[in-house]
Design a binder for this molecule. Sequence first.
Ligand SMILES: NC(=O)c1ccc[n+]([C@@H]2O[C@H](COP(=O)([O-])OP(=O)(O)OC[C@H]3O[C@@H](n4cnc5c(N)ncnc54)[C@H](OP(=O)(O)O)[C@@H]3O)[C@@H](O)[C@H]2O)c1
Length: 330
Amino acid sequence: MQAVHTLRFGDPTVLDVVTGLPDPEPGPGEVTIDVSHSAVGLIDLLLREGRFKDHPGMPQPPFVPGLEVAGTIRALGPGVSGLSTGEQVVALSAGSGTGGYASVYRAQAPLTVSIEGRGIDAALAVSVIPNAAMAHAALTQVAHLAEGESVLVHGALGGLSAAFPGIAKQLGAARVVGTVRPGRLAVAEATRLPYDRIVDSTDLHNALGDEKFDVVIDPVGGTLRTLSLDLMTPGSRLIAAGNASDDWGHQVDTNQLWLRSVTVSGFNAGAFLPTHPRFVPAALAAAIEASAAGLMETDVDVLPFSQVVTAHRRMESRDLHGRIALTPEP
Ligand SMILES: NC(=O)c1ccc[n+]([C@@H]2O[C@H](COP(=O)([O-])OP(=O)(O)OC[C@H]3O[C@@H](n4cnc5c(N)ncnc54)[C@H](OP(=O)(O)O)[C@@H]3O)[C@@H](O)[C@H]2O)c1
C-alpha cells in the first residue's frame, strides 16, 4: 500500500510518501478499508512533533500519522457483521493515533460506520463525522445538555468545535454562540455552520454583555478558560476539551467553581469512548444524521498525499477556512 510516514519527530518535512508497504489484514472484530480520504487534525501535528512522545502508548517513529479515514470496506475480519465489502464508510481511531494517512486502513468494526446511500461527500464525512460523534458524547454524557439550553463554543471554526453547533441544535439547544480570534471574524461571517452568532474571543464582555450560557465548550484553554467562568451561571457546565492555545501553565481556581457553583469537566474522546463503548453507536448515528441534515457544512480542501507537507504547514499557519483532507495518489 501507499502511505505517508514519519521516520523521526520534527517539522512537516519529516513526512514522506512511501509505496510498497504491506497491506494490513483485518483481525477478529476488525475491517480493512480502501481509503479515499484521510482527515488532517491538529493532533496529527502534535504527534508528528513528538509533543506527547513520553506519554504511554503514544506513537514513536517510524509511524503513519492519521486517526480517521473515509473509504470503502476492503475486507471483513472474523466475527464482523453489519458491514459489507464495497460499502462506503467512515472509521474513527481506536486510540493509537496512527495509520490514517494510508491507502489501506485497519479499523475496529464498532468504530466504523456506514455512510452508504446517505449522500454525504466522503471528504466532508471524514472531516466532520468523527468530531460530531465526539461532540455528541461530550454534550450528552458529560455536559448533560438539556433541551432549550444555551451553548458557547470557543475556537468556533476549529475541527472539533465546528461539530458542536450542529449536534447541540440536534439535541434541542435554544442558542449556540461561537467565539473566534479577531483575525478569524471575516471567515466566521461566511460560515455555514449553524451558529446563532460568532463573536470576538478577545472582547467577550462588550460582545456578550450580560449573556450567560448553560454549557461552554472549550478546546482552546489558557486564560479563555478562566474568563469563561464569567459567562456561566450556577449550574452551568464547562467542558475542557483541548488546549489549542498551547498554554499548559494556566490553571482554573477550583475555589471559583465552589463560589460560583459551576462545573468544569474534562472530555477526551480517545480516553472516554474506548472506556464507554456503549455510547459509540448513538454518537455515530447522531453524527451521520446531523451531517445528512446539513448541520455540519464546512469547506474541505482535498490534497494528495504528496502535498502532506503543505497540508501540515497550512494547519500550522491557520491558512484555511475549514478542514483539509488527504487522498492517496492515483
Ligand atoms: N477532547 C477531544 O476528544 C478532542 C478531540 C479532537 C481534538 N481535541 C483537542 O482540541 C483542540 C483543537 O483541536 P482541533 O483538531 O479542532 O484543531 P484545529 O482544527 O486546528 O482547531 C484549533 C482551534 O483552536 C483555535 N486556536 C488555536 N490557537 C489558539 C489560541 N492561541 N487562542 C485562541 N484560539 C486558538 C483555532 O482558532 P482559529 O480558527 O482562530 O485559528 C481553532 O479554532 C486541540 O487541543 C486538540 O488536541 C480534543
